[in-house]
Design a protein around this ligand. Structure first.
Ligand code: NDP
Ligand code: 2IT
Length: 446
């Protein structure tokens, strides 16, 4: 059997999945890392493991009808991409955003397979969501949508089958509405979602986990170089779940975060976003559901409309909003301004050209599938607690989360170690691949 090459492999992927640029981008990055490894290990080539991993096991698409507050019928499209169940039940978030379409969720589900493999826990990969836009909707409208969405999704998920969670536009409120509807239809109280409330099966630290985990991972990258986050100026994008707890942990470790953003613009607060200001953000974003501009009005700092924060001078960047939010020029600006580390809280926030800039500059670049795996890892811990019908303490969950982030760093180092630095992209992709690939070999042609 001839060797695999990236160009031919990608031609097939693009032809089979037309009009899905984010999926092509995610597959290309993995292909570039793992194809040389596959060629050196022909058992993966012969069993066409990579070709199989790039094809979802199952895709579910469905109609989501609901009535808005005016009594008008609304129709959205719902999805669940069940990508790979080799090492455990499908696991991954639900995204509610107007840009959601099949290709976007395929990219996210594909990334999730490798990320979940890195966590050391038994979780397969999946992702779902809808093109529903929660912005400007009443609480009642969000509930109506979530109930309709779960009315269909419930027949496809289960605690040992597929366990969704939050992502953009899905937090505690939405998980609650969906859980309630599942319980009502199925007459069963079971862990079919993670990110649940503490009274009904949720885990301590799950809300904090993605942000905390990303900071732990970044701290580990810096430590490897004999450095730390202490005294570092950090630029953060987004102002949702991941951004909020990134700031909390950076503050605890002695760094200073000076920006936050939303899809309208960013704020720059050179004094730093301390605990009191962060409490304002949590109320603004999670309860009032307002805009980041209001922070600038309250604290009298700069607000830049329609721009991203990458032009602000920093030591460390934490992109925590969305995919492709750092392009080549942004990456060049960050490096030029002295940025020494990037911890990706978001999924695939840097374009391939941007990644190349970081890699060439040999800064500590932690790709999303490694750096933001703390969220899904803690979802895995929530599943364990649900199975045990027990709740662990904050300290216990946090200890496990820290241990998992260090284990991910170790796996990246094992497969990504170069002469004088760690290639975290290569390391994460190969380490994530090996566990799933070996399992697929064990389980035969499925
Ligand atoms: P939230 O919905 O809580 O917050 C998202 C933030 O990003 C908001 O500030 C939002 O601004 C901004 N944003 C979203 N879409 C865009 C866009 N197209 N352009 C500019 N800004 C945008 O989501 P999370 O914090 O949960 O998720 C953020 C990122 O982290 C995503 O990439 C997600 O996939 C990833 N992630 C999340 C995990 C989790 O556990 N929640 C786990 C691992 C990764 P606005 O309000 O204006 O839309
Ligand atoms: O991208 C992600 O890892 C998530 N949105 C979290 C998934 C989960 O199942 O907790």
């Amino acid at each position: 059997m001839s060797e695999l090459n990236v160009k031919d492999f990608m031609e097939t992927i693009i032809a089979r999945n037309p009009g899905e640029p984010e999926f092509h981008q995610a597959v290309q990055e993995v292909a570039e890392s793992v194809i040389p490894f596959i060629n050196a290990n022909p058992k993966y080539r012969e069993a066409k493991i990579l070709e199989r991993i790039a094809e979802p096991e199952r895709v579910i698409m469905f109609r989501v009808p609901w009535l808005d507050d005016k009594g008008e019928t609304q129709i959205n499209r719902g999805f669940r991409v069940e990508m790979n169940s080799a090492i455990g039940p499908y696991k991954g978030g639900l995204r509610l955003h107007p840009t959601v379409y099949l290709g976007l969720l395929k990219f996210l589900a594909f990334e999730q397979v490798f990320k979940n493999s890195l966590t050391t826990l038994p979780m397969g990969g999946g992702k779902g969501g809808s093109d529903f836009d929660p912005k400007g909707k009443s609480n009642n409208e969000v509930m109506k949508f979530c109930q309709s969405f779960m009315t269909e999704l419930q027949r496809h998920i289960g605690p040992n089958t597929d366990v969704p969670a939050g992502d953009i536009g899905v937090g505690g409120r939405e998980i609650g509405f969906m859980f309630g509807q599942y319980k009502r239809i199925r007459n069963e109280f079971t862990g079919i979602l993670t990110g649940k409330g503490l009274n009904w099966g949720g885990s301590l630290i799950r809300p904090e986990a993605t942000g905390y985990g990303c900071v732990y991972f970044t701290q580990a990258m810096l430590k490897f170089k004999g450095d730390s986050l202490k005294g570092k100026i950090c630029v953060v994008s987004g102002s949702g779940n991941v951004a909020q707890y990134t700031i909390e942990k950076v503050n605890q470790l002695g760094g200073k975060c000076v920006t936050l953003s939303d899809s309208s613009g960013f704020i720059h607060d050179p004094d730093g976003i301390d605990a009191e200001k962060l409490a304002f953000i949590l109320e603004l974003k999670n309860v009032k559901r307002g805009r980041i501009k209001e922070y600038a009005q309250k604290y009298g700092c700069e607000y830049v409309d329609g721009k991203k924060p990458w032009g602000i001078k920093c030591d460390v960047a934490f992109p925590s909003a969305t995919q492709n939010e750092i392009n080549e020029d942004d990456a060049k600006t960050l490096v030029k301004n002295g940025c020494i580390a990037v911890g990706e809280g978001a999924n695939m926030p840097t374009t391939p050209e941007g990644v190349e800039v970081f890699q060439k500059a040999k800064i500590c670049y932690g790709p999303g599938k490694a750096a933001n795996a703390g969220g899904v890892a803690t979802s895995g811990l929530e599943m364990s607690q649900n199975s045990l019908r027990l709740s662990w303490t904050r300290e216990e969950v946090d200890q496990r989360l820290q241990g998992i982030m260090l284990a991910i760093h170790e796996q990246c180092a094992k497969y990504g170690k170069e002469k004088d630095y760690i290639d975290y992209v290569k390391g994460a992709n190969i380490a994530g691949f090996v566990k799933v690939a070996d399992t697929m070999l064990d389980q035969g042609l499925v």
